[in-house]
Design a protein around this ligand. Structure first.
Ligand code: A3P
Ligand code: MG
Length: 453
C-alpha cells in the first residue's frame, strides 16, 4: 500500500494519534492510475485553532411541490402555514389513514429539473448560455440530507452512509447510495418504529394550516388537524450558498412558513418532534440531536425550528421555538456539546479534496467522454473513503434506467454539451457569471451576508 501525505492538508484536521492522510491504494491493473482516497475526521476537542470557514447566507433560487400523485410542479401547492398546535395533541391521530410514500432511491432528478429551470430563466433574462455559465461556477449540487450527513459526520457515532458522486464540467453531483437490499430493509420497519415515525408527520399536520394564522377545521376531524398525512406531498426549496470557496446548490423539503410567504428563506420553519426531557441524560441526548436539527435548517437558511416534545405514547406535552443561529450557543460547554465550526471546516476540507480527486480523474477508463462514478463512504468515528466504481458498480447505480451514471440522460446531455459557438468555450476552471446585464445575480450576491454562527 502506497500512502502519501496531502501537502495542502490543513493541520487542524489532524488527530493526535491518527494523522490525517490520504491513502492511495493500488487498484485493478487496467485502472492503475485510479486510486482510492481516505480522509480521517478532524479532532473534536476544540475548534479554536481552526480558521473559521465562512458560510454564505443561503438565498432562494426557486421552490417547487410534489402533489399527491408524486408529480413535481413548479408551484407552491404543497406550501403550508405554521399554526400553534392544540395543547396535548394526539400524535397517533390519523395513523391508519397515513398514505406512506414508498421508499425509493433518492435520485437527484427533481433537483436537476429545478436546475434546468433556473438555467432557462438565466438564459431568458441574461442571454443564451448564461445558465450554463452560472452552473459552471457551482461546485456541488445535492439534496440537503446529503450535505447534513457530510457536515455532521465527524460527530456521528453510529450510522455510516454511502453516496455516489460524479463530476461533470467542474460541478460535482452527490446522491445517497441505497441498494435494493437497504431499500427493502427501510420499507420493512417494525410497527413500533413505524408508529414513531408517524408522530413526526402527525406533528406537521397539527402545526400547519392551508391559510396563515387560521387553524384548519376539516369536516369529521378535530379542530387544528391540518389534514391526513400523505408523505408523497412535499414543498421544497432550492437555495444557493457558499461554504468556504465552494458554491453549493442545495434542495430540501421545508415544513412550513410563518405568516405570508414572500419568496425568501426568512419565514421558513422546520418542525421536529422529540421525547420529553425528564433528566440530565435526556437533556444531553437532546443536545446531541440538536446538531442535526441545526445543520439541516442552517443549510437551507431556515431561521426557526419548532420542537414538539411528546410522551412515549405520542401525546404532545410542550412546544419550544429555537432560533437556528442561537442553537450552537445553547449547547456550548454542555455534556452533549458540539461545535459547528468543526463541521464547516471539515466540510470545506472534504469538498475541496473531493473536487481535486474527482476532477483529476474525471473520465472513466472505458471512454474518455463518460464521467467516472465514485463511491463516497462515511464511516462513523473513522473517516471517509472515495473510491472509483468498476463497471458492475456503475451498472448498479444506473439501475437499468436511462442514465449516465446516476444522472438522467436528458440532464447529462443538457449540461455536458459545450456552450454554443457564440459563447466562450468550456473551461474547467470556474468562472463568475459576469455579463453586461447580470444585475439579478449581482444584486443577490451583494445581499449575501454571512450566516453567522
Ligand atoms: P421528526 O424529525 O419530528 O421525528 P423532517 O423533520 O426531516 O422534515 O422529517 C419529518 C419526519 O419524517 C420526521 O419527524 C420523522 O418522523 C420522519 N423521518 C425523517 N427522517 C427519518 C429517518 N431517517 N428515519 C425515520 N423517520 C424519519
Ligand atoms: Mg421536520
Amino acid at each position: 500500500m502506497n500512502k502519501r501525505r496531502l501537502s495542502e492538508s490543513p493541520e487542524p484536521h489532524e488527530r493526535p494519534a491518527k494523522r490525517l492522510e490520504i491513502e492511495t491504494t493500488g487498484s485493478q491493473p487496467e485502472e492503475s492510475s485510479v486510486s482510492s482516497t481516505s480522509l480521517a475526521y478532524p479532532s473534536l476537542h476544540s475548534s479554536t485553532s481552526l480558521r473559521p470557514v465562512p458560510f454564505q447566507q443561503p438565498s432562494s433560487l426557486l421552490t417547487f411541490s410534489y402533489n399527491p400523485q408524486r408529480v413535481m410542479e413548479f408551484t407552491n401547492s404543497a406550501l403550508r402555514y405554521y399554526i400553534d398546535p392544540p395543547p396535548g395533541a394526539d400524535l397517533r391521530y390519523g395513523y391508519e389513514r397515513w398514505i406512506k410514500r414508498p421508499e425509493e432511491k433518492s435520485r437527484l432528478d427533481g433537483l436537476l429539473r429545478a436546475i434546468e429551470r433556473i438555467m432557462e430563466k438565466a438564459d431568458t433574462s441574461m442571454g443564451p448560455g448564461s445558465g450554463k455559465k452560472w452552473l459552471r461556477d457551482i461546485a456541488v449540487v445535492t439534496w440537503r440530507g446529503v450535505m447534513t450527513k457530510i457536515l455532521t459526520a465527524p460527530y456521528e457515532e453510529r450510522d455510516g452512509c454511502e453516496f455516489n458522486a460524479m463530476c461533470v464540467n467542474g460541478t460535482i453531483y452527490l446522491e445517497e447510495h441505497l441498494t435494493d437490499a437497504r431499500l427493502a430493509e427501510k420499507e420493512d420497519i417494525a410497527p413500533r418504529h413505524r408508529q414513531q415515525t408517524y408522530y413526526g408527520y402527525s406533528f406537521e399536520s397539527w402545526c400547519t394550516s392551508s391559510r396563515p394564522g387560521i387553524p384548519e377545521q376539516i369536516d369529521g376531524h378535530p379542530r387544528g388537524w391540518g389534514g391526513d398525512v400523505d408523505t408523497n406531498v412535499q414543498w421544497c426549496s432550492v437555495i444557493k450558498t457558499k461554504l468556504g470557496d465552494n458554491r453549493l446548490v442545495v434542495g430540501g423539503e421545508v415544513d412550513c412558513v410563518r405568516g405570508e410567504y414572500q419568496g425568501r428563506t426568512d419565514k421558513l420553519v422546520e418542525l421536529k418532534t422529540s421525547m420529553s426531557i425528564r433528566g440530565p441524560e435526556d437533556e444531553a441526548r437532546f443536545e446531541k440531536k440538536l446538531l442535526k436539527f441545526y445543520m439541516q435548517s442552517f443549510l437551507l437558511g431556515v431561521p426557526e425550528i419548532v420542537v414538539g416534545f411528546r410522551t412515549p405514547a405520542g401525546r404532545l406535552t410542550t412546544t419550544q421555538v429555537f432560533k437556528t443561529i442561537e442553537i450552537p450557543r445553547l449547547v456550548r460547554g454542555k455534556p452533549g456539546a458540539w461545535d459547528p465550526q468543526i463541521c464547516l471546516s471539515w466540510g470545506q476540507h472534504f469538498l475541496s479534496t473531493l473536487k481535486s480527486v474527482l476532477s483529476s480523474q474525471a473520465a472513466s477508463s472505458e471512454s474518455a467522454s463518460t464521467p467516472r462514478v465514485w463511491r463516497v463512504s462515511l464511516r462513523p468515528r473513522d473517516g471517509v473513503t472515495i473510491t472509483p466504481l468498476d463497471a458492475d458498480g456503475v451498472k448498479e447505480v444506473q439501475g437499468g434506467e436511462d442514465r449516465v451514471g446516476f444522472l438522467p440522460k436528458w440532464y447529462y446531455d443538457l449540461v455536458s454539451r459545450p456552450l454554443s459557438s457564440s459563447s466562450s468555450p468550456v473551461v474547467t476552471a470556474p468562472e463568475s457569471p459576469r455579463r453586461r446585464d447580470d444585475t439579478t445575480l449581482r444584486a443577490q450576491q451583494a445581499s449575501h451576508h454571512g450566516w453567522n454562527i
